[in-house]
Each structure stands twice: as C-alpha cells, then as structure tokens.
Write a protein that binds this ligand. Structure first.
Ligand code: F6P
Length: 360
C-alpha cells in the first residue's frame, strides 16, 4: 500500500545527514513508490504557514548531495515547540500548531533524525498528536544510549584525528605543547577516539578528573626521554581544576562550552615553562564531508527506518549494535546518557600505551 511519509532533521547538524535522507528516499520513494516529504528546518518547517516542505526523489541525490556535510533540509537546535521563544522574549507552547500542520500534510508517518534532545521533543509531539514516529540517531557527540554509533560521530573523529596529524609537525618544529580542544558536549567520545588515533600524549575527558601536576609530570617525562613536543587533546566539557566549566557567551543570553584549551595552555606553561599553543576545532567537526563509515551507517539507518514504518513499528529508534541494525524503544535510547566508560577499551588501550589522562 502506498504511503506518504515525512522526514526532518533536528538539532545540531553533522556529516551524514544527507546520506540518511538518501537511504530513506532510496528505499521509500524509489523502492516502494511512497511519497517522501522533506520538512525544512526541523519542526520550524511545520510552524510555517503553509508548511515549508519539499517532495524528495532519488534523482536529487545522484550527484554531490550525499557527499556533503550539513543537511539539505536545514535544521535548528533552538525553538523547542513546547517552549517556543517568541519575539517579545516570552515562551509559548506551539505544539498543537505542529501537530495540525502534520495532519494537513496527510502524512502516514514521520522519520525524525536527531540527538537525544530532539528525540525527546519529537516523541512528546508524537504522543500528544498520535503521530507514527520512527527515530534515527545522529550526533557527533555519540552520547545517545542503546546505539554504538550515531550518524556524524565517525566523521568528527576523523576531522579531529587529521587535526592532530597536522599539529604534530608544527609542534615538533617549534618544540611546543599543542592543545586541541574538540566538541562532544558532556561526553568525551571524540577526544578519546581522536586522541588515541592521532597519537595524543595527553587526553582529557569529562569522565576522568585530572590534576595539572600530573599533566606537567607527563610532559617533563617526555622531555627527559628526548621528546621536544607534546600533543594534548581536550573535550570541551572538561572542567577547570577548580571544578568550574569553561563557557563562552553567545548572543541572546545563550552560552556554550568553550575555553578549556586556553585555560590548560596557561596552566601547563606555568607548571612546565613549555611553550603552548591552542587550536579550537569547532564546527569543522560537523561540516566536513561524511566519512565512508558515516555514509554506510547513515544509509543503513535510513533504509531500516522505512522498513520499521512498513512493519508498523513506531515509537522506536534504529540503532547500531553488534555489527548490525536493531530497533529500540525511543524511551530506552534517551533514558540512558551514553558517556565514555572510564574502564572501556579505548581508555584501557590508551593507558597501556602510556597516554596520560591526568588522573595519575
Ligand atoms: O551536540 C553537538 C554539538 O556540536 C556539541 O558538540 C557542541 O557543544 C554544540 O553542538 C555546539 O552547538 P552550536 O551549533 O549551537 O554552537
């Protein structure tokens, strides 16, 4: 039976979103003859009057699109429909407007591609509006529960690894300690994986507390061994030694993590007299072309989400577990925040190779 399904990307963008959309369109429109309606800018597209949507078909994806970072549909990580920021500074519950727009479009189901925050909001909308929802996990932070990988994470790790590859020669040329600050929100997955893959001497993640004295001792040991440089990578949510988070102020009273690299550089210089420099990697971790692994996961998730709709299984999220795709209740995925396991394989491997986490 033919269907008309909606798809939207929500929350911060990342590499691989267009490959997810390609997977959905390939299976639903090309394979099953369904109509696929792309909703622009997440739920904002459903607040537009008329709804801001585009019909998607496979020829749109034959060229560059799958290779591009970002999302052709646009997205937003502001504008929670249950507490929508209004021009006068107040907040308004606009959830019923979104549900009404969904009905107007005559959609049989909705595929929401998002992180844990978006997934929670979409699920609330789905429950309230009786929307048949299927979720696809995406976030460079890789912190969604019940899935080993979220779309975008592999590319972010590749970008951060390449940054360390490029920092090493200049660190060695100038006998410097290079500090790379990476994203990841409250989890240290990117810093840990890229630090290990990129040969960092020091890896600092929010899940393991550190002392500057331990980092300084590691740098001194490297010097004694004849090394003239050191590479450190730090996750943005790592706190200062006094327990305070490093924040940057954005417009409209918003804040985000930022600045821990500069704090560490000053502290390390003071403790070791080493010359330090800081690189804050920022949004290049999200806008890069998707890696092969992200494209594979993305397309597999897209196809599997369509299959869930075909099977009439809703309120579920596709997930990667044990080298395969499974589906789990969305509630289960968002109930468990997936931080780094301090005894996990990457931490153990790094420790065995002498990498300093700052705790000893
Ligand atoms: O959640 C993804 C993420 O890139 C985090 O790693 C980072 O802290 C945040 O989003 C940045 O958000 P924004 O795009 O609003 O600067």
């Amino acid at each position: 039976m033919t269907k008309r399904i909606g798809i939207l990307t929500s929350g911060g963008d990342c590499a691989g979103l267009n490959a997810v959309i390609r997977g959905v369109v390939g299976r639903a429109a090309d394979g099953l003859g369904w109509e696929v309606i792309g909703i622009r800018e997440g739920t904002l597209g459903l607040l537009s009057k008329p709804p801001d949507v585009v019909t998607l078909d496979l020829p749109m994806f034959t060229g560059q699109v799958m290779r591009q970072g970002g999302t052709i549909l646009g997205t937003t990580n502001r504008g929670d429909p249950f507490a929508f920021p209004m021009p006068d500074g107040s907040e308004k519950d606009r959830s019923e407007e979104i549900i009404a727009a969904y009905r107007t479009l005559g959609l049989d189901a909705l595929i929401g591609i998002g992180g844990d925050g978006s997934m929670a909001i979409l699920r609330r909308l789905a429950t309230q509006g009786d929307i048949s929802l299927v979720g696809i996990p995406k976030t460079i932070d890789n912190d969604i529960g019940s899935t080993e990988f979220s779309v975008g994470y592999a590319t972010a790790v590749d970008v951060a690894t390449q940054a360390l590859d490029m920092l090493q020669p200049t660190a060695a040329s100038h006998s410097r300690v290079m500090i790379l600050e990476v994203m990841g929100r409250d989890a240290g997955h990117i810093a840990l994986a890229a630090g290990l893959a990129g040969g960092a001497d020091v890896i600092l993640i929010p899940e393991i507390s550190y002392k500057i004295a331990n980092i300084a001792a590691k740098i001194e040991r490297l010097k004694e061994q004849g090394r003239n440089f050191a590479l450190a990578i730090v996750a943005e949510a790592v706190k200062r030694e006094d327990g305070e988070s490093a924040w940057v102020q954005l417009g409209h009273g918003q804040t985000r993590y930022g600045g821990i690299g500069a704090y560490l550089a000053a502290a390390i210089t003071q403790a070791t007299k080493a010359e330090t420099r800081v690189t804050v990697l920022g949004h290049v971790q999200r806008g890069a072309p998707p890696s092969a692994q992200d494209r594979l996961i993305a397309q597999a998730f897209g196809v599997a989400a369509v299959e869930l709709i075909r099977a009439g299984k809703f309120d579920r999220m596709v997930a990667w577990q044990n080298r395969d795709i499974v589906d789990v209740p969305i509630t289960e995925a968002i109930a468990h925040y997936q931080a780094v396991e301090p005894e996990g394989v990457h931490v153990r491997t790094a420790r065995w190779m002498g990498v300093c986490f700052g705790d000893t």
